[in-house]
Design a protein. Structure first.
Length: 234
């Protein structure tokens, strides 16, 4: 246990999971990578800058988000080819899971560069393990499309998928999603996990119609992970 830890590998892209709410969920390995890397590629440099300052870490920050992924990926690849060690982070959770990261990972692998995960907090895993539904098989959907027709078609296509369905949703569309789930899966158990790892963490478990009534009476805040039980006949 007292042996010195190996140094970071030059030319490696480190995918660093960050807390989804509770700062205590940062791992020791994540902190070491952030301290020893040459630069941090961040979805939001202001948000990640606050995280780094909280842990007394000072590193150059590169802005990396949905609308500059292509250009920034090229820059990151060039820096990796020069032997730099780059840590990629998103605002919360694991990079590439409904967040930027996939494009640069694919580009790094195509260029023959090393990609190393630094695992940690992930909202879908946190919700699934505490949701109370079977965990042996699940299907992660992420965010549904914005357009109504596309959302309806997507939900329809999921009716025959085995296992628990997992969605992400914002507080601004949670009522809409519950209505859509009531249309598509009225008899299935649904679990809403909100404010995960934070002070007001809460799990609500009921059929879609009952959850719609709760949402109509309360102003449900926070980001949501929504679990939908498998149909009993599948």
């Amino acid at each position: 246990m007292d042996a010195p830890l190996p140094p970071l590998t030059p030319g490696t892209l480190y995918l660093v999971a960050t807390p989804i709410g509770n700062l205590e969920d940062i791992t020791l390995r994540a902190l070491r990578v952030l301290r020893e890397c040459d630069a941090v590629a961040a979805e939001d440099t202001r948000h990640s800058g606050q995280l780094l300052r909280h842990f007394d870490i000072s590193k150059p920050l590169l802005s990396y988000f949905q609308f500059n992924e292509a250009k920034r990926s090229e820059e990151i690849i060039e820096r990796l080819k020069r032997g730099e060690k780059i840590a990629l982070v998103t605002d919360a959770g694991s990079p590439g899971i409904s967040d930027p990261g996939e494009r640069v990972v694919c580009a790094a692998i195509a260029a023959g560069l090393r990609v190393e995960p630094v695992p940690g907090a992930c909202a879908l895993v946190a919700a699934l393990t505490a949701g109370g539904l079977p965990t042996d098989e699940f299907h992660f959907v992420g965010f549904l499309p914005h357009k109504s027709g596309q959302r309806k078609n997507k939900l329809e296509s999921l009716k025959t998928i085995p296992g628990v369905l997992i969605f992400y949703e914002s507080p601004f569309r949670i009522a809409r999603l519950l209505g859509e789930l009531n249309d598509a899966f009225p008899e299935r158990e649904v679990v809403l996990g909100r404010e995960l790892t934070k002070k007001f963490e809460e799990f609500l478990r009921a059929k879609p119609a009952a959850l719609m009534e709760i949402a109509a009476k309360r102003h449900l805040k926070g980001e949501f992970v929504v679990l939908v039980a498998q149909a009993s006949h599948l």
